[in-house]
Design a protein around this ligand. Structure first.
Ligand code: FAD
Length: 507
């Protein structure tokens, strides 16, 4: 989990294809500007690739403008966990499921906070999208689909991830890219898709009547060229690598940066500049347990604590006042994450003793508990103390409060009384020093805010009126539009792929 850097090998592998390798010569770029494109797609990532494939397969003349030197976007870093009802993977295991059940699960988990129309479109078409991937070589772990992984559970097993790729620790995104890239390359070699790599869309061309009819793009030498298209699709991703924009739109700092580097929010600016509007920033919700590398904002991941969906907690979790604020083993990690969202700077600390460290299952992904003891007092996020009071002082927590918190937790266990927060899993009291704390932060890897769109993926004005010929799909419409104020299994990648496929079929 700690290695989230794109490896050089990833880029070489996905950049060496003859077709998508080098940026085209300038004279050729200028020649392309004389053409009239049926559609221009900004961004060859999770959403843009299927949109281009399906549009090209229908015979449309497609221009794809991609800022990076390779296609794939966030699929290079994403875990690529996706969910859909009625998939071949479910069928093979005899799992009965339906789009209605998928819809109900999503709305239950996010308390009806995602856009119901977009969610319904997603659940009706996610299964066929996954089957399309499967028909093109996409495979999943043998023990998948599952009901849950790190987020709240579905009512049936419909959540899956492709096996880790050879070069990426997260891998699942690459399994999806590996299935789509040959189809994309085929259309490029047929001439149905033309791709401009290392080229950034910097403006949209808008007629006086408000219609969009092209894109101004800048090549890597900084030269601007206008491309004319009957429609334009914004598929340029979110803004989770742009700390300033992220904080402006969500009112929350980007505590941890681990999104694709090109997720700079370009499409959000382009869409707004021609009359679109942004919505959904208020849906921001933090994830549990990021151990940051340092005090900088944004920082990078040092480790990630395993949440209650995957491991029953032994330790307690406190806030900056040294008080517990949530039932640590609550059956809904979404509930825990929303309580974290109410704490100062979304910080939370685990508190434990030596006996817990010795006996409990690992608390941090890919770490032994021994390592926590070794990091104590050597890394800013890890402290130890011979008493709870000393631990509190070194950690910067209120010493009396922390003592009271630990005493309350311990006394309830010893007296066989129920826990003050209703916690059920309490194997040990915290009573054998040395004592340890790990400081964690709430975090996110997606931008919840995005452009308003209607059921046809047309970018809309605040009045609801569509901006003619302009469409948006993927995280540019906001993770909150499809996942609501929660992290619903697969609700980043699945809508990006599904809406891309649908728009390519319809535009
Ligand atoms: C580490 C990580 C793990 C995740 N895991 C999951 C998961 O398991 N399941 C899930 O559902 N979601 C997950 N997500 C979220 C999900 O991966 C994203 O929401 C989704 O992939 C975004 O797809 P997209 O097409 O909108 O953007 P991208 O795939 O990023 O594509 C956008 C493309 O646009 C290009 N671009 C940007 N600006 C410009 C410009 N000005 N001009 C031209 N091109 C431009 C980019 O280079 C990029 O290729 C994860 C996210 C991260 C960061």
């Amino acid at each position: 989990m700690s290695n989230l850097q794109l490896t050089k090998r990833d880029f070489l592998k996905y950049g060496t294809s003859l077709i998508t390798a080098a940026a085209l010569p300038y004279t050729y770029q200028v020649a392309l500007a004389k053409e009239q494109w049926d559609t221009i797609i900004i961004g060859a990532g999770t959403a843009g690739i299927p949109a281009a494939i399906f549009a090209a397969e229908r015979g449309l003349k497609v221009l794809v403008i991609e800022k990076a030197s390779v296609i794939g976007g966030t699929l290079f870093v994403s875990t690529g966990q996706i969910s859909g009802a009625g998939t071949v993977f479910q069928e093979r295991k005899g799992i009965k499921d339906s789009p209605d059940q998928h819809f109900d699960d999503i709305m239950r988990i996010n308390n009806n906070t995602s856009d119901p129309t977009l969610t319904r479109i997603l659940t009706d078409h996610a299964g066929p999208t996954i089957n399309w991937l499967a028909a093109n070589g996409y495979t999943i772990f043998d023990n998948h689909p599952v009901k849950k992984m790190a987020h709240d559970a579905f009512s049936v097993a419909r959540y899956q991830q492709g096996p880790k790729g050879a070069t990426s620790p997260w891998g699942g995104g690459l399994a999806i890219l590996n299935a789509m890239k040959p189809l994309f390359d085929k259309e490029v070699s047929k001439g149905s898709i033309t791709i401009l790599l290392e080229t950034s869309a910097v403006d949209l061309i808008q007629e006086r009547n408000g219609e969009i009819n092209g894109v101004i793009a800048q090549n890597k030498e900084g030269k601007s060229i206008e491309y004319k298209g009957r429609s334009v699709i914004l598929a340029s991703g979110g803004c989770a690598s742009n700390p300033r924009m992220y904080e402006e739109l969500h009112g929350i700092p980007l505590y941890c940066q681990m999104a694709y580097p090109q997720s700079q929010g370009a499409g959000l600016i382009l869409g707004q500049a021609v009359g679109g509007y942004l919505r959904g920033g208020e849906k921001y919700s933090p994830l549990y347990g990021m151990i940051l590398s340092d005090d900088k904002v944004p920082s990078t991941p040092y480790g990630v604590a395993i949440n209650a969906m995957e491991r029953q907690p032994w330790e307690i979790v406190v806030n900056s006042d040294g008080k517990r604020f949530v039932q640590e083993d609550h059956e809904s990690v979404d509930h825990i994450e929303h309580q974290i969202g109410k704490q100062s700077a979304h910080r939370h600390w685990t508190i434990m003793d030596q006996r817990m460290l010795n006996e409990m299952p690992p608390m941090i992904y890919d770490w032994s508990n021994e390592r926590i003891a070794k990091e104590a007092d050597n890394h800013v996020m890890f402290k130890s103390g011979s008493s709870i009071r000393e631990l509190a002082i070194k950690t910067g927590l209120h010493p009396v409060n922390l003592e009271n918190t630990v005493n309350d937790f311990n006394n309830n266990i010893k007296n066989n009384q129920s826990d003050s927060f209703g916690r059920l899993h309490r194997p040990l009291a915290i009573e054998q020093g040395p004592y340890y704390s790990v400081r964690m932060s709430g975090w996110s890897l997606c931008s919840f805010a995005g452009l308003g769109v209607n059921e046809n993926f047309e970018v809309i004005r605040p009045s609801g009126e569509p901006i003619k010929n302009l469409y948006a799909i993927g995280e540019v419409i906001g993770f909150g539009a499809t996942s609501g104020n929660a992290y619903v299994n697969g609700m980043g990648v699945t809508p990006a792929l599904t809406y891309g496929r649908l728009l390519g079929q319809r535009i």
